[in-house]
Design a protein around this ligand. Structure first.
Ligand code: ACO
Length: 333
């Protein structure tokens, strides 16, 4: 790795489907209530795709991020989408996005790391940029989770939403342009635990051998909520502590913790374990629900557009979910 390279997020974007579905609306679909959903999760509404697709939302979010960064599509040489709900098995969502945006010079591929997907994609881009292979990456998280919901299962379908978020990440030579060549991504930490994969799963791919009877496996999300909760409140604070240590920083140095938006109770428990004020944990799950890989970049874009991020601010970003997978980063804005 060349340590003469700084990688920075220089632009953000996001896109949510037009249709807003409130908890009240969902109570007409399954036996639930606004009171149950909002008190246990903090979610009040989510956006669900009608005409939008994973690729169309990703492309829109990507275009907004490029506008924010002031770059053209032909400057992107690496395009990575974190997703578990691509529109097709192949082509990949990233190749679809490449075509829509006209990012003709990009190498494009998807990453499947569920709710940690954007963070895994960001780490991958960071590594490519640090090594000098590429200079400008468009990193996305995009999901149409409504496709893989069992709309008869109230324990899962009320939790999720659809949308996409994006970030432009660029490499700068240290010392060449003073304002750009400091800070950036300071440290990364990530992990996986396949032994616990079944606590949050979406099965459904089966063998299709014409000479035998193949069992039907439904393609819906299923979850052991309590096990996922335990995983999140133990693993995420440990991952954040580790990445802070790698960066030589402490919780008190961090302005915001930009976490995957699964559940307000998880955010509260992580804040408590880190002994950090809940005000440092911005929230978008109230109006977005859980959008898996898209949660972190959508929240980051909302913060950026509200002017919450100032040059020099140190922030932690953390994604965690199916696989199981998790990843945390420390950045200087
Ligand atoms: N509306 C009304 N009642 C419901 C609903 C609903 N939408 N869903 C479940 N219930 C009922 C159950 O049937 C059960 O009823 P019973 O006692 O009569 O059997 C009761 O509520 C309690 O069900 P539990 O599953 O035990 O509910 P719990 O209190 O554990 O809350 C929740 C569920 C909110 C999912 C919780 O487990 C949790 O916060 N888990 C964290 C996992 C998470 O947030 N996952 C999101 C995706 S994963 C990720 O992104 C990392």
């Amino acid at each position: 790795m060349k340590n003469s390279v700084i990688t920075r997020i220089t632009g953000t974007g996001s896109c949510l489907p037009e249709q807003i579905v409130t908890n009240e609306d969902l109570s007409k679909v399954v036996d639930t209530s606004d009171e149950w959903i909002s008190s246990r999760t903090g979610i009040r509404e989510r956006h669900l795709a009608k005409d939008e697709t994973t690729a169309s939302m990703a492309a829109e979010a990507g275009m907004r991020a490029m506008q924010d960064a002031g770059i053209g599509a032909e400057e992107v040489d690496l395009l990575i989408v974190g997703t578990i709900t691509g529109d097709y098995v192949t082509p990949s969502t990233s190749c679809e996005v490449q075509e829509i945006l006209g990012a003709v010079n990009a190498v494009a591929f998807d990453i499947n790391a569920a709710c940690a997907g954007f963070m895994f994609a960001l780490h991958t881009a960071h590594a490519y940029l640090q090594s000098g292979i590429y200079k400008t990456a468009l990193v996305l998280g995009a999901e149409t989770l409504s496709k893989i919901m069992d709309w008869k299962d109230r324990s899962t379908c009320v939790l999720f939403g659809d949308g996409a978020g994006a970030a432009v990440v660029r490499a700068f030579e240290k010392g060449k342009a003073e304002d750009k060549a400091a800070g950036g991504i300071l440290a990364f930490e990530q992990g996986s635990d396949g032994r616990k994969g079944k606590v949050l799963s979406c099965l459904g791919r089966r063998n299709n051998n014409p000479l035998i009877e193949n069992p039907f496996i439904p393609s819906y999300v299923s979850m052991n909520g309590q096990e996922v909760y335990k995983f999140a409140v133990n693993t995420v604070p440990a991952s954040i502590q580790k990445v802070l240590e790698l960066a030589g920083l402490e919780t008190g140095d961090i302005k915001y913790f930009v976490l995957h938006q699964a559940n307000i109770r998880i955010l509260q428990a992580v804040a408590k374990r880190l002994k950090a004020d809940m005000e440092k944990f911005p929230v978008s799950l109230d109006h977005c629900g859980n959008i898996s890989a898209a949660s972190v970049p959508i929240l980051l874009d909302e913060m950026n557009r509200k002017g919450m991020l100032e040059k020099g601010d140190k922030i932690v970003m953390s994604g965690f979910g199916g696989g199981l997978t998790w990843a945390s980063a420390v950045l200087e804005w």
